[in-house]
Design a protein around this ligand. Structure first.
Ligand code: FAD
Ligand code: DHB
Length: 394
């Protein structure tokens, strides 16, 4: 097989890239390891930045998002058993976010790709990428039990943190920056209406908690838990009791979450990771394949979208003019924004979680910073600008 752009991985990055290339008249093939039902049901991110919303609309993939997504103009921070709202539009010149789950973004992009787009193969396992430094890199993959090859002008690794593209590049050519965190999240999906109409991020003596939502009847909830926690140790009753304890308010002792059936629970480790550069000859990396953030800042999916918007523009320029100047700049262009999100995600994470060896001094620093955000419009604006996301590079 041959194509112009070989895309490894059919997550948000790979699927949106294929859509953007299709819109620009550039042929691609998406190779996705899992089956369609699996990628459409994988519970992950829930918050779309303004720039992500804009990018999905511009790609012609925004119709259901605009009908069913829930616009949010702020978040609530809880600490010291008190609540403080951060208003996004007034602090950012009108920017906000949208609650629309990654599962729904993926469903919309898969449907568009199958209806109008180029080839998308499920159950296609890429085993290696060869010839990054040649003019026709080759992707080796196994599909329906047969070993096959795909020759491309460019290969884009959108295969997530555990993908193979990054590792096809010699280690001597890449630098990795990494940090792991001494806690994880227990992520819960429940058939319970959200009791509050915005997200609540809580710092408490018992650890971090986050209340998010998927719809008017489904809540998405997260609890900080120790690394290595077995979800089986968390009965539904224990989950709801712990959430209520961490969200407790002095001024509103009756505040409780509405309880419902827990339909899934999973433990998510937390990590920061950046691989530099994001390009090796004709092989490029995008999304989680190149960088991971801890989820507290809701940045992972948004960074993946930003990468492929920049990359699609660079590939379109190359296709039109033969010029590679935007492709040459791709890694630097993305990494500036990536490192901003890495810092924000780290700062949100370390401000809101209680580490296992945390000293009372460190807790006081966290509370001081939260107080600063709650009382200073400048500090609040810094959070709001980062949370709603920086504009995409032009
Ligand atoms: P992915 O979505 O990981 O897609 C990569 C795709 O490549 C997958 O479909 C995979 O099957 C495929 N693939 C892998 N290897 C191969 C191969 N060898 N051959 C072919 N295909 C392959 N972000 C938030 O903001 N909030 C959250 O709550 C949140 N929760 C998360 C929970 C988990 C468990 C994980 C892993 C991530 C979470 N994230 C969250 C981050 C966010 O979901 C990711 O940043 C986002 O999915 C990145 O999209 P992507 O397309 O780059 O990678
Ligand atoms: C969700 C996940 C996040 O990591 C976050 O910061 C906010 C919301 C969610 O899944 O809804």
């Amino acid at each position: 097989h041959t194509t112009t752009v070989g895309i490894i991985g059919g997550g948000p990055a790979g699927l949106l890239l294929a859509r953007l290339l299709h819109n620009a008249g550039i042929d691609s093939v998406v190779l996705e390891l899992r089956d369609r039902a699996y990628v459409e049901q994988r519970q992950r991110a829930g918050i779309l930045e303004q720039a992500t919303v804009d990018a999905l609309r511009a790609a012609g993939a925004g119709a259901r998002m605009d009908a069913e997504g829930i616009p949010h103009d702020g978040i609530e921070l809880r600490f010291g058993r008190r609540a403080h709202r951060i208003d996004f539009p007034s602090l950012t010149g009108g920017r906000s976010v949208m609650v629309y789950a990654q599962t729904e973004v993926v469903k919309d992009l898969v449907a568009l790709q199958l209806a109008e787009g180029d080839r998308l193969l499920f159950g296609a396992e890429v085993t290696s990428v060869e010839g990054a430094d040649s003019d026709t890199p080759v992707v080796r993959f196994v599909h329906e039990g047969r070993e096959q090859t795909l020759s491309c002008d460019y290969v884009v690794g959108c295969d997530g943190f555990h993908g193979v593209t990054r590792d096809s590049v010699p280690e001597s050519l890449r630098t990795t920056y990494e940090r792991t965190y001494p806690y994880s999240w227990l992520g819960v999906l429940a058939e319970a209406p959200p009791v509050y109409d915005e997200l609540v991020y809580a710092h408490s003596e018992r650890g971090f908690a986050l209340a998010s939502m998927r719809s008017a009847t489904v809540s998405r909830l997260y609890l900080q838990v120790p690394n290595g926690t077995d979800p089986a140790d968390w009965s539904s009753e224990r989950i709801w009791d712990e959430l209520d304890a961490r969200f407790a308010l002095d001024g509103d002792p009756g505040w409780k979450l509405e309880r419902g059936r827990v339909t899934s629970k999973a433990v998510l480790p937390m990590r920061s990771h950046v691989t530099e550069p994001m390009r090796y000859g004709r092989v490029l990396l995008a999304g989680d394949a190149a960088h991971i953030v801890p989820p507290t800042g809701a940045k992972g999916l948004n960074l993946a979208v930003a990468d492929v918007v920049v990359l699609a523009r660079a590939l379109a320029r190359w296709r039109e003019t033969g010029g590679t100047e935007l492709l040459d700049a791709y890694s630097d262009t993305c990494l500036r924004r990536v490192w901003r999100a890495e810092h924000f995600s780290y700062a949100m994470t370390t401000m809101l979680h209680t580490g296992p060896a945390q000293s009372p001094f460190e807790t006081k620093l966290q509370l001081s910073q939260l107080e600063r955000i709650a009382t200073s419009p400048h500090a609040a604006a810094e959070l709001a600008e980062n949370y709603t996301g920086l504009p995409l590079p032009r």
